[in-house]
Structure formats: structure tokens, C-alpha cells
Design a protein around this ligand. Structure first.
Ligand code: HDD
Length: 684
């Protein structure tokens, strides 16, 4: 009976679909309409399946082959489309067409990623973040394949497989996933002291971005700009987020890995869907070739940065991301970035890490995307026309016409012809000399001065978080010898740092050694980078229960929304609120408390209403929620009796970042609260 009914219903649906639009009919890959997608062809209703069921076999075969290898690093990522717009002409330093004219727009695709974790790992792990931008310029694709930190772990690409093998899960048991807190990574670190500077970055809150929208990005290496006359200038690329740079704290990041493993991916997606388009400014540090040797580090060493105080960042334009991909696999997963995808006007330096990358990215796409035709995939296809004699191979989807697939030819009038130096990409004619040699340049030998520069540029709370991170990571390392060696390594950076870590691990404090004392670079501290966009796009939990004063609730939600915040009413129970005053109470509850937790929000507000406040203050889950937000330095606010919930949760009314009012209206409250929410409050 049930069987007949559902079949009848299906027939009706099919008929309706047929009437609506023939295009919506299910077909095989050969375009043959399929009559039934739920049952295999059988010999009798209870009999064996038949091999001739070509539709079933095609469906299952396709499914069986759905996976491609994930990226060997940066497997977990999220992407979006947008555009880059140049501020002014950069013709004085580069002939790059996309930077040649104010207002010139270039479409982009960006993929953000973590490095160590597998494709299904959590977003909020401690790790570097990838920040890869593909510019679809009129002169071909330019990929700026950067990270959210300006330096790297190693100096020479020959060490890259070693580094990655050390940081990835250990090979015998594939533990731990997406985590650097294990013996092999720290064994590598103690043996390769060039990692010291980067490890300080990775132990800082930079490794825990609040959002992809609030990360800086860096090209890391020294590249070259080349102008129309063929003059080269060394260049370092910087992305600065319009919302300022904001990070999570470790405890929060760990909780989020369970609460919402898609935390960063979801944030990017939702921001774009809601029209809050993420934005960055692209800037460059420029060093004329004549000044190459003026620094106390080597410009070719990717473990070094150029302090902005020495070479300021010149803004070039802004990038806006305004469209989510339609198909994660087709676009984000199949996006193929490559450091050698450059356009006329952009060239390389001799940085040995960069030189290795120039080989690795093409090589990796060949296996991951199954051959050399990956540039034909929609996300990788340049807007500029492609003409060459490369033919055939797996996944060839172009139909090339004509009989000549070679240059130089006369049969096709010599086409396609080389563009020549005026229009074609011309490598900078930089001089080289020297013997073939496998040796690191002595100018790469200093592994500690810039680590000290970073440490000395941090504020007190940043230093505390770094020490805690080292304690956590090394605390998870089983080998006491490794712990000791890393602490001894840190002693070369700063005594207080090494002692702080040693004390936390109950290790003997290391022997005093001379430490470098470079001048700090204030531009490196998160304190200098919070920006001035206040509460814009931040997520605020508005705690409510039945009996809430719906006047203050609606008032405060409206006033914060006007300032750009994203408010979610979180109630003790699912369902509707029964308010104390007529208002919009019936439709505002967004989340029940048992489905969320404080780390999912940037700030917390408790509106007025005595019955609601009593209910909230009585609920230990609510009190835990408020206390956790307080512990993570977030802004907390209350209106009227709402302060009772804060008090019951142990939040002092006069603590920094706490805005409680009994007499301010929602608008005045929102203005003060927005200012408090602009940054975390670590002095509590
Ligand atoms: Fe790499 C992926 C960034 C050093 C080899 N890398 C990859 C991605 C980013 C970076 C953002 C992901 C791109 C995407 O979203 O698809 N990598 C960096 C930075 C480095 C760096 C900023 C140092 C400054 N990488 C580096 C070295 C090598 C590689 C030294 C090899 C010699 N990287 C790869 C790779 C990946 C990759 C194996 C994996 C997947 C891919 O390329 O497409 O080729």
C-alpha cells in the first residue's frame, strides 16, 4: 500500500517536472532520460541485479571515482571571488598592466587555508594560514601565493619535504591531526634553528585568526617589479584587512574546533552572502636594487622580514571579495595556484625557497588534477586568450583547429607567433656568476635577531600568550630532551621568554647566553593593528528568556545592527519568547542556548526584563556562557536589570570592556558598547 502511494506521488512529481521544464529531467551522462533512480534493474522483485543496468553502473562508477588527492599541504581551505582595483599608476616601478591605471579592475579568486590538517580538519587549529590570490589580468594570470605571516620556517626548498613530514601527523599512527604539538615537529625545530623566528609567529595569536577577513597576508619572499625600461626593484607584498587584524585565543580556538569546525569557512561564506564583503588593501615594500645589501639580513632569506619602520608599505589598491563559489569542488578544490604564474612586470628573486616553489606547484598540480590541462578548468582559465601548440593529454577539453601544432610554421602564416620583448613576458636580465655549489650563504646564518625583533615588538598580553603556547606545545612533546633543547634555543632569543617556558614545564632555566637587542617594530603588534571599524560585522549574542523587556531587546538589536553588528537572540529554550511588552518578540529567537556557546560570538548583551533576568541568572549554562566570554576578553553589556545576569556569572560591573547601564537608552548604550567591542580586554 505504502509502496503504491509513494510511486504514485513520484509519478505525479515527474509529470509536474516534465510539464515545468524538460531541462530538469534526470539523465545519464549520455543524455538519456532515466525512468527510476531508486531501484537497480533486477530479475524479479526479489531477484539479483542485472549487469545491463547501464544507468546504475554509470552512477556508481562515477561515485567510486569522486575523490582526487587532497593538497599535500594546505588541504583545508575556502575560496571566494571578487576584484582588485588599482589606486594609481605604478608605472614608475612595474610594467604590470593591472597596476598601470587608477580604477583598473581585475577579477580575482582567493583561497584561504590551513597548512597541516587534512581536508576535513578543523579551521581553528594553531597553524599558518594560506592566503592565495589569483589575479585574472588581461596579460594572463598572476598568482600571489602567500601566507598570513611574513616569514617562513625554512630558508631552502630542499628542506620543505622534511619540514612538512615533521609537522604532519606522525607516520606510524597518523596522530595528531592538524596540530604542531608533537615530538617530530619540535625535533625538527631544535635541529633547524632557522625555524626560530617563524615558530614565534606560530606560537603567537596570529596563528589563530578570528576570521579570514581579519588576517594580514604576505607574499613572504622578495620578488621583483620590472618597469618598461627593464629596471628591477625588489618588492615584498602585503595585504591589510579593512576590518583590522583580530585573533582568537587558544582556549577559544580549541573549543571552536569542536563547536564549529567550519568556523572560519562559515564566517567567510556568511559575510559574503550578507553583503558584508571582505576587503584588503594591497601594498608593497620597495627596495631599489642598489640598496640590496643595506640591511643586516639578506633580502633573499625567507625567514626575515623588512620592518615597516625601515621600508614603509606603499598602498597599490584594494581587493573586495563579493561572490561565493557555486560548487566547492569545481572551484575551490580544483583551483591551482603556482608561484611561477606571473605577468610582465613581475619577476623573481634568487630566494632559494622561492626558486624551489617555482618547480613544486606545477609538479603538484600534475598529480592532483590529473595531467597538464588543469589550466582549462573554469577556475584556472585565464581571461586572456590562450594560443599555443600544446596539445592532447588527459582532460583536454579544447578543440584545436588547423593542421599546424608547431612553431615556426609557414602553413598557418607563422601563427601563433612569439610576442617579442615589447608585449611578451621578458625575464629580467639579471647577472649571475659563481661556482655551482651546495652551500647556504653566510648571510643567512643569523637565526635569532629577527626572532628577538618579533618578541620585543609584542605587547605584554601577546608575550603571555606566546609563552603559554610554547608551554602547551612542548608540554605535549614526550621527549624531555627535545623540550630542553627548544628552551635552550629560546634563550638565544630572549631570557624572559626562555625562563617563562622553562618554568611552565618544570625544566631547569637555561644558561644565560648573549641575546640580540634589535629595536622593536611596533607595526608587528596586534595592538597596532586592531583598526577602527569598531563592532562592524561582529557577532553579538543577545541573551533572552521569556519575560524579556522586548522594548530594550528590539531597541538594542536595532542600534547595534545599525552599527554593523550581526545580532543573534540566544534564548534559554527553543521556540518563541513571551515578552513583557508588545514587540517583535515572536520572531527574534535565533538560537537556543543548548545549540551554541560563547566562543561563537564576539560580544554578549543582556537586555532588561525581571522575569527573563531571573531565569537567565538561574541557569548554569547561561552563567557559564557569560563567564567564558568574560574569560576570553570579550565585551559584555547589560541594560536595566540585565546586570544581574553578569553579576551572577561573576563579571565585575566595572571591569574593562563591561558596559552596564540602568539609565541609558539603547542607542547611547550601543555607541558605548560598540567602542568596547572593538578589541579584546586583556587587562582584566
Ligand atoms: Fe606552498 C600549497 C603558500 C612554501 C609547495 N603553499 C600552498 C598554498 C599556499 C602556499 C597558500 C595553497 C594554495 C591553494 O590555496 O591552493 N608555500 C606557501 C608559502 C611558502 C610556501 C607562503 C613560503 C614562503 N610551498 C612552499 C615550498 C614548497 C611549497 C618551499 C616546495 C618546495 N605549496 C607547495 C605545494 C602546494 C602548496 C606542495 C600544495 C598544493 C599546491 O601546492 O597546490 O606545491
Amino acid at each position: 500500500m505504502g509502496h503504491d502511494t509513494s510511486r504514485d506521488r513520484k509519478d505525479e512529481q515527474l509529470e509536474a517536472a516534465r510539464v515545468r521544464d524538460d531541462d530538469h529531467l534526470l539523465t545519464t551522462n549520455q543524455g538519456v532520460p532515466v525512468d527510476d533512480d531508486d531501484n537497480t534493474l533486477r530479475a524479479g522483485e526479489r531477484g539479483p541485479s542485472l549487469l545491463e543496468d547501464f544507468h546504475f553502473r554509470e552512477k556508481l562508477t562515477h561515485f567510486d571515482h569522486e575523490r582526487i588527492p587532497e593538497r599535500v599541504v594546505h588541504a583545508r581551505g575556502a575560496g571566494a571571488y571578487g576584484h582588485f582595483e588599482a589606486y594609481a599608476s605604478c608605472g614608475d616601478v612595474t610594467r604590470a598592466h593591472f597596476l598601470a591605471e587608477p580604477g583598473r579592475r581585475t577579477p580575482v579568486f582567493v583561497r584561504f587555508s590551513t597548512v597541516a590538517g587534512s581536508r576535513g580538519s578543523a579551521d581553528t587549529v594553531r597553524d599558518v594560514r594560506g592566503f592565495a590570490v589569483k589575479f585574472y589580468t588581461e596579460e594572463g594570470n598572476f598568482d600571489l601565493v602567500g601566507n598570513n605571516m611574513p616569514v617562513f620556517f625554512i630558508q631552502d626548498g630542499a628542506k620543505f619535504p622534511d619540514f612538512v613530514h615533521a609537522v604532519k601527523p606522525e607516520p606510524h599512527n597518523e596522530i595528531p591531526q592538524a596540530a604542531s604539538a608533537h615530538d617530530t615537529l619540535w625535533d625538527f625545530v631544535r635541529k633547524q634553528t632557522e625555524t626560530t623566528h617563524m615558530m614565534l609567529w606560530v606560537m603567537s595569536d596570529r596563528a589563530l585568526p578570528r576570521s579570514y577577513r581579519t588576517m594580514q597576508g604576505f607574499g613572504v619572499h622578495t620578488f621583483r617589479f620590472v618597469d618598461a625600461d627593464g629596471t628591477g626593484t625588489f618588492v615584498k607584498f602585503h595585504w591589510k584587512p579593512r576590518l583590522g587584524v583580530h585573533s582568537l585565543v587558544w582556549d577559544e580556538a580549541q573549543r571552536l574546533a569542536g563547536l564549529d569546525p567550519d568556523f572560519n569557512r562559515r564566517d567567510l561564506w556568511e559575510a559574503i552572502e550578507s553583503g558584508a564583503f571582505p576587503e584588503w588593501e594591497l601594498g608593497v615594500q620597495l627596495v631599489p636594487e642598489s640598496r640590496e645589501h643595506e640591511f643586516d639580513f639578506d633580502l633573499l632569506d625567507a625567514t626575515k622580514l623588512i620592518p615597516e619602520e625601515l621600508v614603509p608599505v606603499r598602498p597599490l589598491g584594494r581587493m573586495v571579495l563579493d561572490r561565493n563559489p557555486d560548487d566547492f569542488f569545481a572551484e575551490t578544490e580544483q583551483a591551482a595556484f603556482h608561484t611561477a604564474h606571473v605577468v610582465p612586470g613581475i619577476d623573481f628573486s634568487n630566494d632559494p625557497l622561492l626558486q624551489a616553489r617555482l618547480f613544486s606547484y606545477l609538479d603538484t598540480q600534475l598529480i592532483r588534477l590529473g595531467g597538464p590541462n588543469f589550466a582549462q578548468l573554469p577556475v584556472n582559465r585565464p581571461l586572456a586568450e590562450v594560443h599555443n601548440n600544446q596539445r592532447d593529454a588527459y582532460h583536454q577539453s579544447s578543440v584545436h583547429v588547423g593542421r599546424t601544432a608547431y612553431t615556426d610554421n609557414a602553413l598557418a602564416m607563422g601563427c601563433p607567433a612569439a610576442a617579442g620583448p615589447e608585449r611578451g613576458y621578458q625575464h629580467l636580465q639579471a647577472g649571475v656568476d659563481g661556482a655551482k655549489i651546495k652551500r647556504r650563504s653566510p648571510s643567512f646564518a643569523d637565526h635569532f635577531t629577527q626572532a628577538a625583533l618579533f618578541w620585543r615588538s609584542m605587547s605584554d598580553w601577546e608575550r603571555e600568550h606566546i609563552v603559554e603556547a610554547f608551554r602547551f606545545e612542548l608540554g605535549k612533546v614526550d621527549s624531555v630532551e627535545i623540550r630542553r633543547d627548544v628552551v635552550a634555543q629560546l634563550a638565544h632569543v630572549d631570557r624572559a621568554l626562555a625562563e617563562g617556558v622553562a618554568d611552565g614545564l618544570a625544566l631547569e632555566r637555561p644558561e644565560a647566553v648573549a641575546t640580540p637587542e634589535p629595536a622593536p617594530s611596533p607595526a608587528l603588534s596586534l595592538d597596532a593593528l586592531a583598526g577602527d571599524s569598531g563592532i562592524a560585522t561582529m557577532k553579538v549574542a543577545v541573551l533572552a528568556a521569556s519575560g524579556v523587556d522586548t522594548g530594550t531587546l528590539s531597541g538594542v538589536v536595532d542600534a547595534l545592527t545599525v552599527r554593523g553588528a550581526v545580532c543573534e537572540v540566544v534564548a534559554c529554550d527553543a521556540g518563541q519568547l513571551d515578552g513583557d511588552a508588545p514587540g517583535r518578540d515572536k520572531d527574534v529567537v535565533r538560537r537556543a542556548m543548548f545549540t551554541v556557546a560563547a566562543p561563537l560570538y564576539d560580544a554578549v548583551v543582556v537586555p532588561d526584563g525581571d522575569r527573563a533576568v531571573e531565569r537567565l541568572a538561574d541557569d548554569h549554562v547561561v552563567r557559564g556562557f557569560v563567564a567564558e566570554a568574560y574569560r576570553h576578553g570579550k565585551a559584555l553589556g547589560s541594560l536595566g536589570l540585565g546586570v544581574g545576569v553578569l553579576a551572577a556569572s561573576g563579571v565585575p560591573e566595572d571591569a574593562p570592556g563591561v558596559v552596564s547601564t540602568r539609565d541609558l537608552g539603547p542607542d547611547e548604550f550601543a555607541a558605548r558598547f560598540a567602542a568596547a567591542a572593538a578589541r579584546r580586554h586583556w587587562s582584566r
